[in-house]
Write a protein that binds this ligand. Structure first.
Ligand SMILES: [Zn+2]
Length: 472
């Protein structure tokens, strides 16, 4: 039985051999891939209910964005660029998120999903670091949007259990004393008790995590500065107990290194029991050779948030070294306030290009590696190598069809090269997630508000959020 046959495209399987099938096809039965092969053979052997003509384009695994923040999308472009991490975090992001209501979070989720799906994304790991555990309505509303639009989401349920010490409170006072009267939720906003937080995360997993479905939930300690060793250890144990993963922001800025003092963030995490294959570490910019060896030794995956690191000038994560030592690395678009897109291939292009310049070595991060970072390596990094990240029989039917018949993609003798270095956005025409067509010919059937209306509502609402938060 074949429900859908995506045919007549160049199929980039991203299997172990990185097989590329010219004039290929992918057959889908229910939510899984049933066959991958030549279009001639699969058209003869299957009797599909529905045929999707890839029209000579590329058929790729659905892209995986392994670290992103959804609600922030309404703040895109809302501040001038010259800010450091804490200035941005405490004077832009936190004030704005603190004034958003559930309707606005749901609107952000719709805008996010439209952009993500149109970029070929089928899975994203959301870091809900500003989660207010006393009001889960924004969470419920966002998960409902993901479900309706048919995209695969990992909800990283943000946890923070450490109140700031006196010194940090003073620093917070200085940073936020901008004289502009901005709304500041305070340095200990969203802090919960360790046991309460872990218990709430456990019940959120029990309520929303679908082991065989599109929705996952992970416990997500926000940062090392805002969590205790007990919370980090507890989150890792929770991940083991529910067979999920956990994720945190680690070693992003130099300020964090100073806070840790003599011990590195990675050493600290090893000592508290938060390194291992179930912990996806975001950033890892401020890391040394020993840290990278520890990451490799403990099979701890890393998500490289390149564009955010460039915008906040935190530096280059030693990704080339990590890759060389066998650390599993993937990409995250991080905050839309800093990127400014949620398009994984756009970031793959930046990563593949910039690391060459940084290392003065045109051989580092070749196009194929960059493509792996948003497909098969990303699936491994999020613990889903068995069913995501490549087009192979038995895996989830998550795929995107990309129109290569464009002037800027002609000629394209190597489709991987074209995808990594050539896309300008807008070339993804059709997307399937779990076998369902979530976009066909650039139309999203499950999107209830017409796109122009969604965009104008988002524009208006974003301006209102910025006004209410009094962001300068
Ligand atoms: Zn982040």
């Amino acid at each position: 039985m074949t429900d859908v046959l995506v045919t007549n495209g160049t199929v980039l399987t991203q299997d172990a051999d990185r097989d590329v099938i010219d004039a290929g096809a992918v057959a889908v039965a229910d939510d899984r891939i049933s066959a991958v092969g030549s279009a001639d053979r699969l058209e003869a052997e299957t009797d599909p209910d529905r045929i999707i003509d890839a029209d000579g384009g590329a058929v790729i695994p659905g892209l995986i964005n392994a670290h992103t923040h959804v609600s922030d999308i309404l703040l895109r472009g809302a501040f001038d660029a010259d800010r450091g991490l804490y200035d941005w975090l405490f004077n832009v992001k936190q004030p704005a998120l603190s004034v958003m209501d559930a309707d606005e979070h749901a609107l952000a989720a719709r805008l996010y999903c439209v952009e993500a799906i149109r970029s070929g994304t089928t899975t994203f790991v959301e870091n809900a670091t500003a989660l207010d555990w006393t009001d889960l309505e924004p969470t419920r509303r966002k998960l409902a949007v993901y479900d309706r639009l048919g995209v695969r989401n990992v909800y990283g349920a943000g946890l923070r259990d450490r109140s700031p010490d006196e010194e940090f409170e003073r620093l917070y006072g200085v940073i936020t004393d901008d004289g502009g009267g901005s709304v500041h939720p305070g340095p200990d906003a969203l802090v919960v008790g360790t046991e309460d937080g872990l218990a709430d995360a456990g019940s959120l997993i029990e309520t929303y995590h679908e082991p065989a479905g599109r929705q996952s939930v992970w416990p997500a300690p926000a940062t090392l500065a805002t969590t205790t060793p007990e919370l980090l250890r507890g989150a890792y144990r929770l991940a083991e107990e529910y067979d999920v993963m956990t994720t945190a922001h680690v070693a992003e800025a130099e300020a964090e290194t100073r806070e840790r003092g003599a011990i590195s963030s990675i050493e600290y995490l090893r000592n508290v029991g938060y390194l291992g294959e179930r912990a996806l570490l975001g950033h890892c910019v401020q890391t040394n050779d020993r840290d990278v060896r520890l990451l490799a030794k403990t099979n701890t995956p890393v998500v490289h948030n390149f564009r955010a690191n460039m915008r906040l000038a935190t530096g280059f994560a030693p990704v080339v070294d990590m890759l060389g030592r066998g650390v599993t690395v993937c990409l995250g678009t991080d905050n839309t306030i800093l990127n400014d897109t949620v398009n994984p291939l756009s970031d793959a292009r930046a990563v593949a290009t910039a690391h060459k310049g940084y290392h003065r070595d045109s051989g580092v991060v070749p196009a194929g590696t960059a493509f792996d970072l948003v497909t098969r390596d990303a699936a491994e990094a999020i613990g889903r190598a068995d069913d995501l990240g490549s087009l192979e029989p038995g895996k989830q039917a998550d795929l995107a069809v990309i129109d290569l018949d464009r002037p800027h993609l002609t000629p394209a003798p190597d489709p991987v090269h074209a995808l990594v270095y050539g896309l300008q956005g807008g070339e993804v025409e059709t997307v399937l997630c779990a076998g369902e067509v979530v976009m066909e010919d650039w139309e999203l059937p499950a999107l209830t508000d017409p796109l122009p209306e969604l965009l104008s509502t988002a524009e208006r609402t974003a301006a209102d959020v910025v006004r209410r938060a009094d962001i300068e």
